[in-house]
Write a protein that binds this ligand. Structure first.
Ligand code: B4P
Length: 190
């Protein structure tokens, strides 16, 4: 089973490239952002609680997203591979994911880290905000908060995975096709 993590700041292209990867390789896409937005759309208790945090650009509690991921792993036992998109986002989430995968003997093979400048991230997210309807895409202060959340809580994960010799850095600026090609090169070499 080829499991990969797509890693990078908000707006770095994780969701965009995850879609390309699952279309080409037939893996299962596990996006915690999409799962949370589905909870919001369904007006569940979890969704209502997550919405307040997400609209501010804050991360939701670790336990919430870890529980969602565990459910998805167990309902996709025959998967050829998983693409983790936007998860893990904290060291606690990464440790929990390692434990969940160890129990199922399906390790992460590679963490593909998309490198994009903060100016470009902000530009992309505000551009998407014109049509996405997402409150967290429409206000520059909220976008800045998301980037600060990334820098303080998520970026340290690069060292966590580098220590496991799983981290590969990919230039995340350029056309979607060029970046996809660089990602495919890594996946084909697994
Ligand atoms: P996510 O849904 O993960 O949102 P994101 O970071 O904005 O997505 P992504 O990075 O995938 O967007 P993409 O670049 O593809 O998270 C939203 C919120 O949910 C978080 O702030 C948090 O509150 C919560 N959350 C989710 N997971 C969590 C977790 N594990 N723990 C705690 N909280 C969690 O797209 C951006 C734009 O760039 C698009 O418009 C795209 O078209 C464009 N783009 C992509 N590639 C491009 C390229 N090469 N050139 C030009 N534009 C490009």
């Amino acid at each position: 089973m080829r499991n990969i993590v797509l890693f990078g700041p908000p707006g770095s292209g994780k969701g965009t490239q995850a879609t390309n990867i699952i279309n080409k390789f037939g893996f299962i896409h596990l996006s915690t952002g999409d799962m949370l937005r589905a909870e919001i759309a369904g007006q569940t208790k979890l969704g209502l609680e997550a919405k307040t945090l997400m609209d501010r650009g804050d991360l939701v509690p670790d336990e919430v997203v870890i529980g969602m991921i565990e459910n998805k792993l167990d309902s996709n036992k025959d998967a050829k591979g998983f693409v983790f998109d936007g998860f893990p986002r904290t060291v606690k989430q990464a440790e929990a994911l390692d434990k969940l995968l160890e129990l199922r003997t399906i390790p992460i093979l590679k963490v593909l880290s998309l490198k994009v400048s903060e100016e470009e991230l902000t530009r992309r997210i505000l551009e998407r905000g014109k049509t996405s309807g997402r409150a967290d895409d429409q206000n520059e202060e909220i976008v800045k908060n998301r980037v600060v959340e990334y820098r303080t809580k998520t970026a340290p994960l690069a060292n966590y995975y580098a220590a496991q010799h799983k981290l590969a850095e990919i230039a995340g600026e350029g056309s979607v096709d060029e970046i996809f090609e660089a990602l495919c090169f890594q996946i084909n070499n697994l």
